[in-house]
Design a protein around this ligand. Sequence first.
Ligand SMILES: [Zn+2]
Length: 160
Amino acid sequence: MDKSQYRRRDRLVEEKQHDTYREDKKWPEPTACKECNAVYIEGRWTWHEPSLKTNKVVCPACRRITENYPAGYLELKGTFFNKHHEEMLNLIRNEEKQEKDEHPLERIMTITEEDGQTLITTTGIHIARRIGKAVSRAYQGDLSFTYGKSEKSIHVIWSR
Ligand SMILES: [Zn+2]
């Protein structure tokens, strides 16, 4: 196999990966996630009760979690943040609950504390943006968003 064939294979792998995380992918209805029981019905993922005849797959959010492939990164830092850490994480958890109730594919993946800052990874870009905005609304501070290629990923930084 020469070099150009290798390159082509890499590209195919990349495209396939993107496809597995696609939130607008069409599934047969009803389809349920065997990990989290989210149900795909009427063109979107919901928390309906799965029926017995449901087609079983792994939803894009669970796939991201299993493969550790976040769509959103949210960094929180600063002396104010460190002082109000617990309180702010409660607000963040509450925002996650509201978003996830309505949109099953929008979830927090991990919360990591390191060197006085906290990194939160998420399965969707909307929840990362929502949390950033909620924190900024409640505590002011500096908020910035950076989007990745075709807005499939987001990096949010908040500091105070
Ligand atoms: Zn799932």
